[in-house]
Write a protein that binds this ligand. Structure first.
Ligand code: M6R
Length: 620
């Protein structure tokens, strides 16, 4: 979603701001803008659409300013146009502001400020902040820190701000309130970004703002203050910039690159916690942000009577796989709920509940809110995330970090399989620590988990065959994905991938549910993709597939190599290497990811940045 950047130093600000903004493009946006202080005056340039539009404006103007802030906006209040793009100005056009998040009481503030004579030029909630600070500065002799502190005390909501004023041309001010902001510290240069990804290209020394903090940033560094005005001392951390490398490595899209990274990512994620089938799982980890752990005390383990998983989108599907795995192995009841629903009703969790939040970004507003509530109710809290520097990581006393590196494509792929791998690790860990399974079974489970990356490699090697088979379905009017048991969440994930990438409507169903309604949509133009992996639900699923075939649907299967029965029922088979039913979700999702990528590419869609979507959904 929205992204904030800033720069002040010795180089021209515009190219640096653009380059920082480019790093945030993957998060999704629909307009962009910058404010620089050029010859002592504030200059604002903004444009709806892609960053290239802003780049054209900047190429025409060629500002030589060495101070500025920038923004990519994902529209919430007001349509995506030039007017609503950030930065926004106060009435005197001497103060510019960029903003992530939502000012919940903006209507009330806008009315009050309008009545006091302020003129607004956009529909955004952001603009009230510029006018509010302007008002406060009038009463505080242009003391920026005091003016900002007074203004933020009137704001409701979660937000991050970047602010420049032509009256204070050598400083950028930044505010973080339940959002995310980082300051990069260079030699006589400082950078600001809502995601450290953007500053890591320039410096590894990063200072993150904690909740409800204001930063006064100069070329010499940054001073941090609480909203009460007390200075806060914190040392910068040294970031590992290699995890943020944004390079397609020869692939046509980041999506394909990320699908291909899965064996490596799984080896890293599984290998971090499990080095050998004969060794116990060790849930301790270290990142640039310190050490973390998902190790439970004996007392906590005894306490856990049920598990509640909250997540959104693909992470929710990973949670659903988690339910099947944990219930199967540990016999502990598991509920999984989309975080937006969990937070909208009474959550029945208590100190006997292990509450798990799954979020690639660790910044998804609904997930943070749902897990925050579970924590307040006394649940034992575990986060599964790809970002140890995220909000979620701060919130969760227990943490499992997936080792995916940055996922640039909006569609989650490698982070899904890594999250699912974490659930396997967790289930085996719980079974082992609680003594629920014999040692040889635990050994066999660990050994099989360690072998899964190699199976994905075999699927990836047949990519060209999968491409050919996939594009034959590019003219589908819709597609149904069905599966039973542990294959059901995989069917849901396959449907989500196809619709978000290709915009072909797709639905995932429990195979047994099809005859209760969904079968009505099947015909020659709506193919049915069935997950038919040998195991407890194989025969029943094949029967459901026959029902679809009888409605003239074109039939696609994900099945294991050499399954002759499947070959007779389905016109297209995506083969996967033999794998147990239990571990199959890690493998069987890969052809679905590839199929969606190839269909979307064939249809000429923006594969890495599908329309209307954002990578981190930081609004509710
Ligand atoms: O960062 P998160 O894992 O919390 O994000 C959750 C969803 O927004 C995300 O998985 C989304 O559904 C993706 N577009 C799926 O590809």
């Amino acid at each position: 979603m929205c992204g904030i950047v800033g720069y002040l130093g010795i180089s021209k600000a515009a190219p640096v701001l653009l380059s920082e903004l480019r790093c945030l493009e993957y998060r999704g946006y629909d307009s962009a803008g910058v404010a620089v202080i050029e010859d002592g005056r504030l200059a604002v340039l903004k444009a709806a659409g892609k960053l290239s539009n802003l780049e054209t404006l900047l190429t025409d103007v060629q500002p030589s300013a060495t101070v500025g802030i920038g923004h990519t906006r994902w529209a919430t209040h007001g349509v995506p146009n030039d007017q609503n793009a950030h930065p926004h100005l106060d009435c005197t056009s001497t103060l510019a502001i960029v903003h992530n998040g939502i000012i919940e009481n903006y209507l009330e503030l806008r009315e009050e400020l309008t009545a006091a004579g302020h003129a607004f030029s956009s529909e955004t909630d952001t603009e009230v902040v510029a006018h509010l600070i302007e008002d406060e500065l009038k009463h505080n002799q242009d003391d920026m820190l005091l003016g900002i502190r007074k203004a933020v005390q009137r704001l409701k909501g979660a937000y991050a701000l970047g602010i420049v004023s032509q009256k204070h041309p050598n400083t950028i001010y930044a505010v973080n309130h339940h959002y995310s902001l980082a300051v990069g510290l260079g030699d006589n240069e400082s950078y600001l970004a809502s995601d450290s990804v953007a500053v890591c290209q320039y410096t590894k020394k990063v200072l993150r703002l904690a909740q409800s903090e204001i930063a006064e940033i100069t070329t010499a560094g940054a001073r941090l203050f609480s909203f009460a005005g007390v200075e806060v001392k914190r040392n910068p951390v040294s970031m590992d910039s290699t995890q943020f490398v944004m390079d397609k490595q020869g692939h046509k899209h980041f999506l394909l690159k990320e699908i291909h990274e899965q064996p490596v990512v799984l080896r890293r994620t599984i290998g971090k916690y499990l080095i050998h089938p004969g060794k116990p799982i060790n849930f301790a980890g270290v990142s640039d942000h310190g050490s973390y752990s998902a190790r439970f005390s004996d007392e906590e383990l005894k306490r856990i009577e049920r598990i509640k998983i909250v997540a959104c989108g693909t992470a929710f599907h990973a949670g659903l796989v988690g339910k099947y795995i944990i219930e199967e192995l540990c016999g502990i009841p598991v509920d999984v709920e989309t975080a937006s629903e969990a937070r909208s009703r009474r959550q029945l969790v208590d100190e006997k509940t292990l509450a798990i939040a799954v979020s690639q970004s660790g910044e998804t507003a609904d997930t943070l809110s749902a897990i925050g509530e579970a924590k307040n109710k006394g649940a034992i809290v575990l986060g599964i995330t790809n970002r140890p520097d995220s909000h979620l990581s701060l919130l969760c006393p227990h943490l499992l970090v997936t080792e995916c590196g940055i996922e640039v494509s909006v569609a989650a792929t490698k982070t899904f399989t890594a999250q699912v791998a974490c659930f396997y690790l967790l289930a085996i860990y719980l079974a082992e620590r609680k003594g629920l399974l014999p040692e040889d079974r635990i050994f066999a489970l660990k050994a099989e988990l360690l072998r899964t990356p190699a199976l994905i490699e075999r699927i990836l090697a047949s990519q060209e065959e999968i491409r050919e088979k996939s594009i034959a379905y590019s003219d589908a009017q819709g597609m149904m994905f069905i599966g039973r048991g542990v294959h059901y969440p995989v069917a849901l994930e396959g449907a989500l991938k196809l619709k978000e990438l290709s915009y072909i409507h797709a639905s995932g169903y429990a195979a047994g549910e099809m005859k209760h309604g969904p079968i009505a949509v099947l015909d020659e133009k709506v193919p049915c993709l069935t997950m038919v992996i040998p195991g407890t639900v194989y025969e029943k699923t094949l029967s459901n597939a026959q029902e679809a075939k009888a409605r003239k649907a074109r039939m696609i299967a994900v099945a294991v190599e050499g399954d002759e029965l499947v070959g007779k029922t389905f016109e297209t088979v995506f083969s996967i290497p033999p794998v147990s039913e239990f571990f199959s979700p890690l493998i069987s999702v890969v052809p679905l990811q590839l199929m969606s990528a190839f269909i979307a590419d064939h249809l000429g869609k923006d594969v890495d940045q599908p329309r209307n979507l954002a990578k981190s959904v930081t609004v509710e």
